[in-house]
Design a protein around this ligand. Structure first.
Ligand SMILES: *Cc1c(COP(=O)(O)O)cnc(C)c1O
Length: 394
């Protein structure tokens, strides 16, 4: 029997992390503000340099980074924050956590923001979070043009987009603030963690203090001191810091990033060609300025009824590949109608239609092309098996 690749297992943490982890265990120095040049501070510097941003703040999750970004913008209570309707439930949650109201924007069959709906809903919005969901980049040229013209700040939720570029520029550096995740299913794995980047000294100073740099701990951040001094004692302390242990796990992975991006893209494109050869499956193209950094693949089922779609998912599962149709798996956190905590759920027929046919399969960078072939074959054969009986006799 063929060995089905395990798409949930993580890559090992680079061995070079061991010496640092052992040093931290010996000293017990886990809190970022005890020593100078702590691993968290070094990670911030290295991450900012890697992405080409002026400032970085490492925090406990990307959700915390999104929350602190909204707080750092100084949005009033009940401010309206536009988010794509296709995103992870943590994103509307961060908006609610910041006492703001999420405004959901339609997304198209290619998983990207529908620009007509975006432009129509922009008036009256106080801030925008662009989730590059599963790494799919919306038209950032059009979005930035609309938001700049209306003087509306853009936060990029690049949790799952590290390494993606747009016109050669890193995703996360296009808007005012970029937020990334170190949760295990993202490109850099610390179990949990996140980081935000910006070129704005005042925004980062506010976020640093609110992340829990109480008293004068902000002096351990290399940001213009006058930016900090004016906020002393004026902001709440939400304590969403990252621990030195997490930073020690992420730092050696920064050197692996370029390989993970290249291999992830190779695997994605290799499988995409095979899926696109099936009449029942379609992988949407990316937009021209985007170079992807995927660790999973999304595709739409074509002309399948709900019964056929269920048979397709079952056939693939029986063969060892888990396919999740976002809108058809119970309680999916990426289906907007499950976000009951936001209050009234808008209709959004376009996004709903997309979620009912959009499939999700993990495809980590560490897979070989032979392993990718096994996955692609199982998916295409499952589609053929689900469709053949009805088409032949129906
Ligand atoms: C994973 C993810 C998040 C949340 O990241 P956490 O670090 O787990 O809080 C937010 N947005 C998107 C698009 C994600 O993929």
């Amino acid at each position: 029997m063929t060995n089905i690749p395990n798409v949930y297992a993580a890559e090992p943490i680079p061995e070079s992390a061991m010496a640092e982890v052992s040093r931290i265990l010996q000293s017990g120095d886990l809190f970022r503000y005890t020593s100078e040049n702590a691993p968290v501070a070094l990670l911030e510097q290295e991450f900012a340099d890697l992405l080409g941003a002026k400032y970085a703040l490492a925090v406990s999750s990307c959700s915390a980074a999104l929350f602190l970004s909204l707080k750092a913008l100084g949005l009033p209570r009940d401010a309206r924050v536009m988010i794509p309707a296709f995103t992870f439930g943590a994103v509307p949650s961060a908006v609610v956590h910041a006492d703001c109201q999420p405004v959901l924007c339609e997304c198209g069959d290619n998983y990207r923001i529908d620009l007509d709906d975006f432009a129509a809903k922009l008036p009256g919005v106080d801030a925008v979070i662009i989730s590059h969901m599963r790494g799919h980049t919306s038209d950032m040229d059009a979005i930035m043009q609309l938001c700049d013209a209306a003087d509306i700040p853009v936060i990029e939720d690049a949790a799952h987009s590290l390494g993606t570029t747009w016109h050669g520029k890193n995703i996360g550096t296009i808007g005012k603030i970029g937020c990334f995740s170190f949760q295990s299913y993202k490109l850099l794995n610390a179990g949990e963690g996140g980081i935000m980047i910006t070129d704005d000294p005042d925004l980062i100073a506010r976020a640093v203090i609110m992340s829990g740099a109480y008293e004068h701990n902000w002096k351990k951040h290399p940001v213009l001191m006058e930016s900090f001094a004016k906020w002393q004692n004026k902001l709440p302390l939400y304590n969403q810091r990252l621990s030195n242990m997490s930073a020690a796990l992420v730092r050696p992975q920064l050197a692996e990033l370029a390989r993970r991006v290249t291999d992830g893209r190779r695997n994605h494109d290799h499988v995409a060609v095979q899926l696109n050869a099936s009449p029942w499956l379609a992988v949407p193209d990316c937009l021209a300025p985007e170079v992807r950094a995927p660790d999973s693949i999304q595709f739409n089922i074509v002309d399948m009824s709900d019964t056929e779609a269920a048979a397709f998912v079952d056939a693939a599962a029986a063969a060892g590949v888990k396919i999740q149709i976002f809108g058809q798996s119970a309680d999916n956190a990426r289906a907007f109608w499950n976000w009951q905590f936001i209050g009234d759920i808008p209709k959004l027929p376009q996004t709903r239609a997309m979620l009912m046919k959009a499939c999700d399969v993990r495809l980590p960078a560490r897979l070989t092309l032979a392993e990718c072939d096994i996955i692609a074959q199982i998916i295409t054969e499952a589609a053929a098996a689900a469709m053949t009986p009805t088409r032949a006799y129906g």
